[in-house]
Design a protein around this ligand. Structure first.
Ligand code: NI
Length: 636
């Protein structure tokens, strides 16, 4: 039994939901569970909810009927109470792991694949690593467009435990119908040599030359946070951790204790989509435009953090569970990591008399890591003592590779070893930020800095001011970041003023960003229309959860944010959702090989007139660390 309505569905609850759905909707072997998610309670429900209240647990189950080629979405409780069940004509389910496995199995056995591999000197299809990718571009004309198909890039597993991404098999793919499980096409139209330079990275395969002395983090009194089910209390913060099969890590109900007054900041924070447009027109790359969140379900790929050294210090883990296509529930031990980190200095000043005051910064870290084929994405949420929240994506893993002739004219990829190319690409994230700054009714404001021309308003040429625009409707809130204006956006509560008479607010500070090169009229450009603006603001609606729509797989395009905002609803002083789109333009470096050192990308939410003064002021000096000698630099 869950303790709170926002708790993620436990393994037992997921099993009950599958059982209930099978009984209620007479599901059989044709019906796959494409996604099973908590049907999250509404704000209204939560506002009335009191600890200890009994509450039903509803799941949102997406069913794919393989025979009928139809998606249905059902909302049902663990005890079998049906709230709704709707068919979604035209929608295609995401690619399920069990479908991928079977597709690879039949592609491996296809005589044409076996023959084509032999032609390339590979005598067994078992020596080939195949992946199943959505066709993120136009589906070849010879394939009936009603079919749900994947294609299979291939790499040669030349060495035992070797890095097969060093050996792409170019120009050979199977296209597989993942409902009928038949190979509908073999593409074998480009013969380039398989690059042979190995790319070892395992400890057993290469000598580690660099050794440092041990660094360990000790918290002899234990960590400064408490975990009560899925509720976390740390410092003056409290919030609830969530986990979703599609989005992975989710944060609910973020509050900050402001001198005894608990104030709500956010209702729900998540990364609602991640799409990776590839910029190489060659045959092995132009289709690799995958929505890792919307076409697979990112939560499915969550790592168990038991084996690694993913976090350092006093760690508390949370387990998660996901339901597979066949209805079996898979538990992911240690899916979410929580710990504290020392984060340098929080603030410092040395007075004119030499008296120093300094505070160290501690941050709370909530993280999880997914492995999607070659790539890893770490999602890190940080909570700070000055009232800030930061999201950071850590991108690592292995570059996607393709083969071409050594030193070929190949303008959209980096040659990282002779004949081994890493195509240019972008990683485009979309955060769904449902802030409720001191209540649900908020407005979003754009703030630009600017200088008047030399004259009465700028007599010395150095003056600059800010101008604020409150977004009235959804169309006017489709915005790009503007470095020339040091642009930022803030979410304010016009009904709640700070002690200077201004609306309390939180600002969104953009981190690194990029703009898509994918043309808007391309198949991917239409499907991922959200990526052409850095900011979107919508009226909060329960159904509007994913910026490219619910079913981006083989979707004709236009869904999600571009469609919803056609209504151009009013977004002033109401419950709004802010969508922030941020991307990394990845021109691979030779040094990203054989494993890419972490690249970081994210954003920060910072109080902007929310507090009377900085909450960092209340933090005590860290006596344990500083000690007090004649050179004391810790302010006591
Ligand atoms: Ni990349």
């Amino acid at each position: 039994m869950s303790a709170h309505p926002l708790d993620p569905l436990s393994a037992a609850e997921q099993e009950s939901l599958v059982k209930a759905a099978r009984a209620a909707w007479k599901l059989d072997h044709r019906h796959l569970v494409a996604m099973l998610q908590l049907h999250e309670p509404t704000k209204e429900f939560l506002s009335k909810y009191k600890a200890g209240d009994a509450f039903p647990r509803f799941g949102r189950i997406t069913i794919w009927d393989q025979e009928k080629a139809m998606v249905s979405e059902g909302v049902i409780s663990t005890s079998g109470e049906v709230q709704s069940c709707t068919e979604i004509p035209g929608a295609k389910a995401p690619v399920l792991a069990i479908e991928s496995e079977r597709a690879i199995e039949i592609a491996r056995k296809d005589q044409r694949v076996i023959d084509a591999l032999k032609k390339r000197g590979i005598n067994s299809a078992d020596d080939v690593h195949m992946e199943t990718w959505p066709i993120g571009a136009k589906i070849p004309d010879y394939i009936d467009d009603g079919r749900r198909v994947i294609w299979t890039p291939m790499w040669h597993k030349r060495d035992k435990d070797g890095n097969f991404y060093a050996h792409p098999i170019n120009g050979l793919h199977a296209i597989v119908d993942i409902d009928k499980f038949e190979v509908v096409g073999i593409e074998d139209d480009e013969q380039t040599p398989i690059p042979q330079t190995a790319g070892p990275y395992r400890e057993s395969q290469q000598e580690s030359l660099v050794h440092l002395k041990e660094l360990s983090i000790h918290q002899p009194e234990g960590p400064s946070f408490t975990v009560n089910g899925w509720r976390i209390d740390w410092e003056r913060w409290n919030f609830r951790v969530g986990f979703d099969q599609r989005e992975g890590l989710v944060i609910h109900d973020v509050r900050f204790n402001d001198n005894g007054n608990e104030r709500k900041i956010a209702h729900r924070l998540s990364i609602a989509e991640l799409v990776i447009p590839y910029g190489d027109p060659s045959q092995g790359a132009y289709r690799k435009n995958a929505f890792d969140t919307g076409e697979y379900g990112l939560g499915n790929f969550t790592n168990s953090l038991t084996l690694g050294c993913d976090c350092l210090g006093e760690i508390v883990y949370l387990d998660a569970a996901v339901t597979e296509g066949d209805g079996k529930v898979r538990e992911i031990k240690n899916a979410i990591c929580m710990h504290e980190e020392d984060f340098g200095i929080l603030w410092k000043h040395v007075d004119i008399d030499g008296h120093p005051e300094v505070r160290r910064s501690r941050r709370f870290v909530l993280s999880s890591i997914v492995t999607v084929n070659n790539y890893e994405y770490g999602y890190y949420w940080y909570f700070y003592q000055d009232g800030s929240i930061e999201f950071e994506a850590k991108l690592t893993g292995i570059l996607l590779t393709l083969g071409d002739n050594p030193h070929a004219d190949h303008p959209s990829a980096t040659e990282i070893e002779p004949g081994l190319y890493a195509p240019y690409h972008q990683h485009v994230f979309c955060a769904r930020l449902d802030l409720d700054v001191d209540g649900p009714n908020n407005s979003v404001v754009e703030v630009d800095s600017f200088a008047h021309p030399m004259g009465p308003k700028n007599p010395h040429g150095g003056a600059f001011e800010t101008s604020e625009t409150v977004f009235k409707d959804e169309k006017s809130a489709q915005r790009l970041y503007d470095l020339m204006k040091s642009r930022y956006w803030k979410v304010v509560n016009p009904n709640k003023k700070n002690h200077m008479g201004k609306p309390v607010g939180y600002k969104l500070i953009t981190g690194g960003n990029s703009y898509p090169f994918t043309l808007p009229e391309s198949v991917l450009g239409k499907r991922a229309g959200f990526m052409y603006q850095h900011l979107w603001v919508t009226k909060n609606t329960e159904e509007e959860r994913y910026p490219a729509g619910d079913y981006p797989f083989q979707h004709p395009g236009g869904d999600g944010l571009p469609r919803w905002t056609q209504a151009n609803r009013s977004i002033e002083n109401t419950d709004v959702v802010m969508w922030y789109v941020f991307g990394l333009n990845h021109i691979p470096r030779i040094e990203d090989w054989p494993v890419m050192p972490v690249e970081r990308l994210g954003f920060t939410l910072k109080p902007m007139g929310f507090f009377k003064r900085t909450p960092a002021m209340d933090v005590a000096p860290n006596k344990a660390v500083c000690g007090c000698g004649s050179n004391c630099n810790c302010g006591h």
